[in-house]
Design a protein around this ligand. Structure first.
Ligand code: S3P
Length: 171
């Protein structure tokens, strides 16, 4: 078994809730890149972006991914755009299994619009409405998720427990 498990995928696919549950089952520590960033900055993603812009958020994200490369035996839920840091993934892929949690855009759109967390963690990436931009963002990023993942789980219609079980079998 490789050391760590990294969960990648679009906004609201469930990386954090699945990651917490999986870490508990595997007896691993759990990290969430957005939480590490907001702890480091002392404010929400929306506040970082409003104050310093996306470029600054991405710098924090890159730093956090670099630090996570030093941790062993952990489950990491990454932000939807963490996949953009290509050099970091070359390193992380040596340290663990990368799992792409995939779901239909319609399902993700519905979750984002009904999720209170979206206000602080998911400001618009393009200036468009967060739900409307989703399709374009995923079209651009899906090849990166695919290229990076060791395994893909089509998680849209599965429960959290079913997904955790599927990942346990992979590990
Ligand atoms: C982002 C996704 C968010 C958060 C930030 C940027 C993205 O995380 O990192 O708003 O670029 O897709 P979730 O994937 O947990 O929503």
């Amino acid at each position: 078994m490789k050391e760590s498990v990294y969960l990648i995928g679009g906004r609201a696919v469930g990386k954090s809730s699945i990651g917490v549950r999986l870490a508990r089952k595997l007896g691993y520590r759990f990290f969430d890149t957005d939480t590490l960033i907001t702890d480091e900055c002392g404010c929400s993603v929306a506040e970082i972006v409003a104050r310093d812009g996306w470029q600054s958020f991405r710098e924090h994200e890159k730093h956090v991914l670099r630090q996570l490369g030093l941790q062993k035996s952990c489950v990491v839920a990454t932000g939807g755009g963490a996949i953009l840091h290509r050099e970091q993934w070359l390193e992380l892929k040596k340290l663990g299994i990368v799992i792409w949690l995939k779901a239909d855009t319609a399902i993700l759109r519905e979750r984002i619009s009904g999720d209170q967390n979206s206000m602080g963690q998911r400001p618009s990436l393009t200036g468009k409405d967060v739900c409307q931009e989703l399709e374009d963002v995923l079209t651009e990023r899906n090849p990166l998720y695919r290229e990076t993942a060791d395994f893909i789980i089509d998680s849209g219609k599965m429960t959290v427990d079913e997904i955790v079980q599927a990942i346990e079998q992979i590990c």
